[in-house]
Write a protein that binds this ligand. Structure first.
Ligand code: IMP
Ligand code: MG
Length: 175
């Protein structure tokens, strides 16, 4: 694996993103929704830099891409608080094609929040296939498969404290 973002770089990037969120969404209560499981580490770090009162919730989004048609995103609401009239910030790990976050945002808008914003740790350059763009972005990265800091390959490597690109020999080793 090749380290793309070190622990120090991640800390600085998350802090920078929190500063932007604090400046734009100051004062009023913010409901932060973690898109599980990839955003778990980011959310844990990010919310500790936020200065407004934070209410925390989570949702699990499973897509069945490849098996059925795109857009069949199933959202588990079990850990979602009531979003009616709330100011919401949806946090995901990575914006690749953008279909997942676009879908999640559209679905949550139907739950009546007063405002809805989005933040992602990573955006892959030139991969976007949707109109929406996240409001807050930690880092732009090249189009490589990355793991660590919450991101997984076959549910492994979420615990790495850095973000690394998987190389072809890593991929074959875990097949
Ligand atoms: P999108 O719908 O194409 O934007 O993909 C977003 C989802 O795919 C993310 O929430 C991740 O779970 C997963 N994903 C996309 N690229 C990567 C990657 O490089 N490493 C790990 N997961 C990824
Ligand atoms: Mg994900």
């Amino acid at each position: 694996m090749k380290v793309l973002l070190s622990e120090d770089e991640l800390r600085d990037g998350v802090k920078r993103m929190a500063d932007e969120i604090n400046a734009q969404l100051e004062n009023k209560t913010l409901t932060v929704i973690a898109v599980m499981t990839g955003s778990l580490v980011l959310v844990a770090d990010l919310i500790r830099y936020l200065s407004m009162p934070v209410q925390l919730g989570a949702l699990l989004a499973s897509s069945y891409r490849g098996e059925t048609t795109r857009g069949d995103l199933e959202i588990d609401h079990a850990m979602l608080p009531d979003l009616t009239d709330e100011r919401v910030l949806v946090v995901d790990d990575i914006f690749d094609t953008g279909h997942t976050l676009d879908n999640v945002m559209q679905r949550l808008k139907q739950l009546g929040p007063s405002e809805i914003h989005s933040a992602v740790l990573l955006q892959k350059s030139d991969c976007q296939q949707v109109q929406m763009k996240p409001d807050f972005i930690g880092f732009e990265i090249p189009d490589e498969f990355v793991v660590g800091y919450g991101l997984d390959y076959k549910n492994l490597f979420r615990n790495l404290p850095y973000v690394a690109a998987m190389e072809s020999h890593d991929l074959t080793a875990f097949e």
